[in-house]
Ligand binder design. Structure first.
Ligand code: G3P
Length: 220
């Protein structure tokens, strides 16, 4: 399962890139705007921060077919790592088909149902992004929606990859992995939570105190 960071914060992206645990990033207009940075400058910094094998999801802001095409082609032309995010609306799926035929990878975003996901796959999307946390927020079962999407894609051998988005906890990441998603995109703090276990801390403390009590010297 690939792990993306859901962030446009350069410090966060840089930290996880240095730890070597991420396969890419996802951004959206909200995440980009909260940085307070000029969008072109922000994108440039993101490109410089991530290595050549990473995937960088950047989103269009147009909602009509012609302008979605223009913006998607422009974002894609910036860098070969770019996957273009397009909202799950009729004009977006129409554009997805055309852009996919041109070799541009598309991530259909703001997906909330298996039926939407079915259309995304038929439109040739590279990623489909069900927003699990936002479904949970309105007392629906976001994980169940993802499980159904994974099952449908498997049944019909769709190539579209399922990207579990809108992560609200580290538990979401465990459940996503068990559900067989291809990718999760998570805020920085939950990826860092994946490292944590009290027995790791306790075990390390004991290893080091035992070593120190023995008064041994290490090899270097
Ligand atoms: O980037 C898309 C998605 O992960 C947004 O999540 O937390 O705004 O619901 P959230």
């Amino acid at each position: 399962m690939k792990i993306f960071i859901d962030s446009a914060n350069i410090d966060e992206i840089k930290k996880l890139e240095e730890l070597g645990v991420i396969d890419g990033i996802t951004t959206n207009p909200t995440l980009a705007s909260v940085t307070g940075k000029n969008f072109k400058e922000l994108i440039k910094e993101i490109f410089e921060t991530l290595s050549s094998d990473k995937i960088i999801n950047l989103e269009v802001i147009a909602t009509d077919y012609d302008n979605i095409l223009i913006q998607a082609r422009a974002l894609s032309a910036l860098d070969k790592r770019v996957v273009v995010k397009i909202p799950c609306i009729p004009e977006g799926l129409k554009a997805c088909k055309v852009l996919t035929a041109e070799g541009i990878r598309i991530n259909i975003t703001l997906v909330f149902s298996p039926l939407q996901a079915l259309l995304c796959a038929n439109a040739g999307a590279f990623f489909v992004s069900p927003f699990v946390g936002r479904l949970d927020d309105i007392s629906m079962d976001g994980v169940e929606v993802v499980k159904e999407i994974v099952e449908i894609y498997k049944k019909y051998n769709y190539k579209t990859q399922v990207l579990f988005a809108s992560v609200r906890s580290v538990e979401h990441i465990r459940v996503a992995a068990l559900a067989g998603v291809d990718v999760i995109t998570s805020p920085y703090e939950f990826i860092m939570d994946m490292y944590k276990h009290p027995l790791t801390d306790k075990g390390l403390e004991k290893f080091l105190s035992d070593w120190n009590n023995a008064g041994e010297e290490f090899i270097v």
